[in-house]
Design a protein around this ligand. Structure first.
Ligand SMILES: *Cc1c(COP(=O)(O)O)cnc(C)c1O
Length: 425
């Protein structure tokens, strides 16, 4: 599609948007003057679906009136509550139902998965991650290496972009694995790098790693609810994600995990055990013989927080209704329009460091300001554009297809290049 840099064109795209109705399902925060914010921070904390309150209140009410009996008798019994999210979750990430579960939080799940899938031997003990990985992932990987007696200075490999480039070329990852793969036990990449917005080419990386005998895991914090994923078909060994970014599950929301079906019945894969991983039929016999559920649920440790599951369920029901395919189609166009307007109006100070190839990015664009970055970010915020600043010089904007509009993008770009924001209509 060819874009135009006019208000009329942005309005036309909004009018023709098949997903436009979804915006009204969310609470859009307002500035003090009552004007809706232009909310581009869904990559940090997604907005609240209006249905969350009713989903959570249902569980509060059943707890209020039934106490412990709610485990069995609640309208949505708590004992199997997590199962009410399985179908939506599996469709969201392109997995089979037995491959996904919502539990814990992201970094916890990353550790649990590394307990199972980082199995070092003296010849093959290294972990490969992308340069400039999110700090929590870096800490998790470092501490796993130490836990197994290895020195991260020797055993933690980071693949960097070429000199003078911003993102990592997939062919460089493939070459690196050909050269060093035999020493690498685990390849652990983000799905989308939080800083540059680069989406990694899951299938090619997974194939290259498997060719060398490495296990492959992805942290989908910035990918779940953003990209159309096919975790099962791509043959990824495991994945984890949080649910408070694009997934709108609320602050500190319960996180997700995926383990490929081929590993589910493999009793040689070690895992940490808890009673919620125990076979559902015999769980309450209270014996001490652990028989794992034959699904990824066997990685569950504790009975899950129902109020969090209820909030996430409200959101996943919306994702399921919209469908990732349609969301991704809009997202490509919405982010494409943002990119177009920035390049149209560019004064040379703002550079987009996110890949231009739509197959290597999600909805986020990372903007590098050569000068006055902080002042530009402040002006955006003062004008009601919620986006974030990442040291040393990047402004991240994430137009989310569920609740952002083409007019959001149009107004944002105007403010970015110094104009004042007009009254909303
Ligand atoms: C947001 C994010 C985290 C945050 O971890 P929590 O355990 O949810 O606090 C970790 N890793 C990546 C890549 C992230 O983007």
């Amino acid at each position: 599609m060819s874009f135009e840099n006019t208000r009329e064109f942005a309005l036309k795209l909004d009018k023709e948007d098949p997903l436009k109705e979804f915006r009204s399902r969310f609470h859009i925060p307002q500035k003090a003057n009552g004007k809706e914010q232009i909310y581009f921070a869904g990559n940090s904390l997604g907005l609240q679906p209006k249905t969350v309150r009713a989903y959570v209140e249902q569980e509060l009410k059943d707890w209020e009136t039934m106490g412990v009996e709610g485990h069995m008798r609640a309208q949505n019994p708590w004992l199997p509550y997590h199962e009410f999210l399985t179908g939506q979750t599996s469709r969201l990430v392109g997995a089979m139902p037995e491959e996904v579960v919502n539990m814990n939080s992201l970094t916890v799940n990353l550790h649990l998965m590394m307990v199972s899938f980082y199995r070092p031997s003296p010849q093959r003990h290294k972990i490969l991650i992308e340069a400039n990985a999110f700090p929590s992932d870096h800490y998790a990987v470092q501490s796993q290496l130490r836990y197994h007696g290895y020195d991260p200075a020797e055993a933690l490999l980071e693949i960097k972009p070429r000199e003078g480039e911003v993102f990592i070329r997939t062919e460089d990852i493939e070459d690196y694995l050909k050269k060093h793969g035999s020493e690498i036990a685990l390849v652990m990449f983000a799905g989308v790098n939080y800083y540059t917005g680069q989406a990694f080419e899951f299938e090619r990386i997974t194939k290259a790693a498997h060719n060398e005998g490495c296990r492959v895991g992805f942290d989908l914090a910035h990918a779940a609810g953003n990209l159309e994923l096919k975790l099962h078909d791509w043959d990824i060994d495991f994945a984890v994600w949080c649910s408070y970014k694009y997934l709108n599950g609320g602050p500190g929301a319960i996180a997700g995990a995926f383990v490929h079906k081929k590993h589910l019945l493999d009793m040689n894969i070690p895992k940490f055990w808890g009673w919620w991983g125990q076979d559902k039929v015999t769980r309450f016999l209270m014996h001490h013989n652990f028989q794992p559920i034959p699904t990824v649920e066997s990685w569950q440790l504790s009975n899950p927080p129902i109020l969090q599951l209820a909030a996430l369920r409200a959101s996943l029901d919306i994702f399921d209704e919209a469908g990732m395919k349609a969301l991704r189609a809009k997202s490509e166009q919405l982010t494409g329009y943002t990119e177009f307007l920035i390049s149209e109006k560019s004064d040379g100070n703002i550079e987009i460091i996110t890949p231009a190839d739509k197959n290597q990015r999600g909805c986020q664009l990372s903007l590098r300001a050569k000068q006055n970055g902080k002042a530009i970010h402040k002006k955006l915020n003062d004008s009601g554009v919620i986006c974030d600043w990442r040291e040393p010089d990047v402004i991240r904007v994430a137009p989310a297809p569920l609740y952002n509009s083409y007019m959001d993008v149009f107004e944002f770009v105007n403010v970015l290049f110094g104009e004042n924001r007009p009254a909303r209509f």
